[in-house]
Write a new protein. Sequence first.
Length: 80
Amino acid sequence: LALRGVRCTVIDRAGIASCASGKAGGFLARDWNDGSPVGELARQSFDLHEKVAKKLNLLSYRRLKCKAVAVDGSESKPSG
């Protein structure tokens, strides 16, 4: 909508910050779905978020480097 010049407000009927963005800070991981049926879609989605943020000049978007740590002996990367 913003690309078309439409100002809008998104309202989550479940409440303020009640879903994924409120629990994970909007965290996206590019490779967590690698090897799964949606792996390529997840990577394209990750890349699209950055592209749209740059196009809209969103200062709130930032790319971070993160580490995953397994504390129970399992793999540190979630399975697809």
